[in-house]
Design a protein around this ligand. Sequence first.
Ligand code: ASC
Length: 155
Amino acid sequence: MQRQPFVAALAAAAALATTLPAAAQFRKPEDAVKYRQSVMAVQNFHLGRIFGMAGGRIPFDAKVVAEDAAVLDVTDKLPFVAFVDGSGPDKVPATNAKAEIWKERAKFDAAAAKMVEDVSKLNVAAKSGNIDQIKAAVGAVGQSCKACHDAYQKQ
Ligand code: ASC
């Protein structure tokens, strides 16, 4: 292939990739579910470690808390990229996501936004290194995680 057609084909592919619906970024609905569950497993590790330190089950280390909170401040947005149409329980029986997510999307998005805001506050508290601020902030994050799971995750 000559250089010009190749470059043109590449540009066309790139344009297509940016105009495809988000769902097309996942090869199949199961991949979207796997993505969501993988991110949440990573978050469980980092949040769990902060909870462990806040609760005195793990020795407090301000540097580790700051690192964990910084990770969460990025990963918290990621699952929501993957709640694409056609990846609910009607299409993927193995998902723990409830159909309500797609029926009341605005409420789901608001719950997500609340959690993202709480994680931002945890990140600020973590940088301060103040254990009391961290305890309060991680408690709020736990509550916003739980509220969303109670409403939208099969138990
Ligand atoms: C976690 C985890 C959750 C939340 C929730 C907080 O680490 O896996 O689902 O925190 O338990 O209440």
